[in-house]
Design a binder for this molecule. Sequence first.
Ligand code: ADP
Ligand code: MG
Length: 451
Amino acid sequence: MKSAKEIWEAALGELQLQVNKPNYDTWLKDTTGVSYRGDIFVVGVPNVFVAEWLKNRLYSLIKRTVSSITGKALQIEFEIRPPIAGAHSPPTYQSDGGTSTKLREPITAPKLNPKYTFDTFIAGESNRLAYAGALDVSEAPGQRYNPLFVYGDTGTGKTHLLHAIGNAVKDKGLQTLLISAEQFTNQFVVAIKNNSVHDFQLKFRSADVLLIDDIQFLSGKVQTQECLVHIFNDLYADNRQIVFTGDQPPQAITSIATKLRSRLESGLVAYISPPDMETRLAILQAMSNHLGMSIPSEVLYFLATQFQHNVRELQGALNRVASYAKLSSSRLDMQLAKEALADITSKGSPRSIVPAPKLIINTVASYYGINPGALMTRQRDKKTNQARQVVMYLLRYHNHCSLAEIGRILGNRDHTTILHGCEKIAAEIKVNPQLNETIKEIQHTLRDKKV
Ligand code: ADP
Ligand code: MG
C-alpha cells in the first residue's frame, strides 16, 4: 500500500488541475499527507486558517480525490503541522529589525490623507451624528463610543471622517492604523501564505486606534472575518478604539457572520444620509474658496440642485465648471455652468442613489411571483406576508425610510406593524439561510437596476 505521503502527493497533482493557481498556492501547496488509518486520512496543514478554509471550501473535492486514489471512501481530517524549516520553506515573517534576507510582502497600511481632517469636513444635518461620534472618538478614543460604525451611500464622506479621526489621534501620539477591509483581506491572505498570521494579528493588536474602511468587503470571507473578530476582542478588551465604515448598517450586511456583525453593532451606529441642500451649498462654498474663485451663488445653487446624493459628484461638477471657465477664458456664469455640465445634468428629476420604493416593491413581488398590488392590501397568506415584510426591511435599511413613511407606502399600515416586520426579517435572516440568500439576490438585482 502507498504511504500517506505518496497518496497525498498524487492527490495534490490532481487538485492542482482542479483548483485555480492562487488558491492552490495559498491553501494547498504547503500541506502534507500525515497518516492513513482505517477510513481516516489525515492531512497536515500549516495553521488553523488553512484547515478551516479547506474544510469549508474544498472538503468534498479533497475527499473525492483521495478516495478515488485509494479506491476507498475516506473521511478527511486536518491536523496542524507547522512546516519543518527548510522543507517546503515558505517565506518566513521576520520580526521588526530582523536581518534575514528572505523576502516577505510587507504588511503596510495606507497613509492618512492629510487633506481629510475635521477642519475640511462640513458638518450638517445629514452627517450630524456621525460627525459628533467621530469627533468624540478622536477626543477620547476607546472611552465612549466603541466601536463606532459609520454607514452611508458612496460619496457621503465616510472615508473622509475616518481619515479625520486618524489625523486627529495621530497628533496625540497614538498608534493609529487605517486600512480598507479589502487591503486587510489581501494582507491576511499573504500572511497565511507566508505563515505569518501571528505577526499579522500582532500588528493590528498593537494599534491604539484601528480604522477599517468599507467593511462590507468582508462579506462572505469567513476566515478573514474570524481573524478580525479575534483582533476586535483583544483591542476592545483593552479599551482601544475601533471604527468601521460600511455601505449599510451592520444588521443589513447579511453575509457577515453573526459573530462579527453583533460586534459591529454593539457601539454607536451612525448613518450619513445624502447631504441636505444647506450642506451641499456649504461644501461648494468651501470648495470655491479653496480654488480661490468667486462663483456666483446662482451657479452654486444650480450645482447643489443637480447633484444631491454624492459629494464626490458634486465636487467633480464644480471642478469641471471651474476648468471649463479657465480653458475657455470665459466668465463663470449660469450659461457656462449649464454648457459645461450639459451631458451629465438631468433635465427632469435629479438622479437617485437609492432605489425608488416602487422599484423595491416590484422587484420583491416579482421575486415572490405575486402581484405588487397585493403588498398594499390586507392579504395575509404566508408568501404575501413575507414578501411584504421583506419590502419593509429593505425600505428601512436600504432607503432609510422612517417607519411612518414605510407604513404609508405599504397601504397605510401602522408603524408598529412595520417595526415588527423589519425586526422579524432581521431576526429571521440570522437563522434562515434561504431567506438570507433571497434577500441578497434581491439586493443584487436592486443594485443592478439602480443606476
Ligand atoms: P465615501 O467614503 O462615503 O464614499 P468620501 O469620504 O470618499 O466618501 O468622500 C468623497 C469626497 O467628498 C471626498 O473628497 C470628501 O473629502 C468629500 N466630502 C464628503 N463629505 C464631505 C463633507 N461633509 N465635507 C467636506 N467634504 C466632503
Ligand atoms: Mg469611502
